[in-house]
Ligand binder design. Sequence first.
Ligand code: PBE
Length: 295
Amino acid sequence: MKKWKTLGVAAGLAMTLVAAGCGNESSSSDSLSQQVDYTVTGIEAGAGVMKATEKAFEDYQLDGWEIMPSSSGVMTIALDDAIEDKKPIIITGWTPHWMFAKYDLKYLEDPKGSYGGAEALHTLTRQGFADDIPGANKVLDQFNWDVEDMEEVMLEINNGADPAEAARKWVDAHADKVSEWTKGAEEGTGQEVSLVYVEWDSEVASTNVLKVVLDDLGYKTEITPLDNAIMWQAVAQGEADATASAWLPTTHGDLYEEYKDQIVDLGASLEGARTGLVVPSYVDADSIEDLQPKD
Ligand code: PBE
C-alpha cells in the first residue's frame, strides 16, 4: 500500500454538520458583514482559496472575520440554501465552475490582489515519467482545453451524471480536440498511470476526462483523490505519476515553490481560471472593500 493512499481525504467531511447547522440571527437592517456574521463559507482546509482568504482578511484589515472550512460539496449546498431563502452569503469561488451557470453570482472585486490575477491550470508529472511512459506523457503534455469545455463536464456531473460517464460523453462529443492531445502519442500496452487530484468539481472533471483518453489509448489509469498538499507531495516524491490539478501562479504558488525542483511542470492545460470571494448577485456589495471589520 502506498502511504499517500491512506492519508487525508476525509478532513472536509467532519465540517459538514457544522456548516449545515450554522444559521445566524440577523435582521435586514444589519450590514452585510453582520448578516453573514463576519464569516466566509469556505472549502477544504488545504485549498489555495482558503489561504488567499486569510490573506484577504489581512490585506483589507477585516479584523474578526473567519473562514469556515468545509468541503466543496458542502459549500455549494450552503450556497443553494442561501439563494433559496434570498439570504446573504459569501463563499470562496472559482472559475471554471458550474455554479456560475446555475446561479446568478458575482465575484467581489479584489483591488488589492489578494487572490492574484488570472490563473492557469497546470499539469505536473513526477521526474522520469516522460522516459518511463512517453506516450502517456505526450498526452498529458498536449492536454489543453477551454473553460467552456470543463464547465460542460462539470454541469453534467452536477446534474447527476457519474463523473466517468460525463467524461466519456464529453470525449465522444469532442473527438477533434481529443485527437490533438493524442497526436503522435505512442499507444499503451496496459501500462499503469496514476493520476492524483483533489475532489474539487473542476479537478474531478479534468481527471476523469484524462482517464478516459489515456485508457482509450491503451493505458490503465488509476485516479486517486487526495488533500491538496499531499497531492503535490505524492507527485514530487514519485509516488504518483501526474496531476492536472495545479493552479498557478498564485493559488498553489507556495506548493510550487516548495516542490518545483522535484516535479516536471508540463505547462497550462486551461487558461482563464480565477478564484475569489463570490456572492449571489442580489447581495449588496461589489468589492471586498465593502466589507467591514468586526470590531
Ligand atoms: N480551487 C479549485 C483550488 C484549486 C482548484 C480554487 C478550489 C484551490 O483553492 O486550491
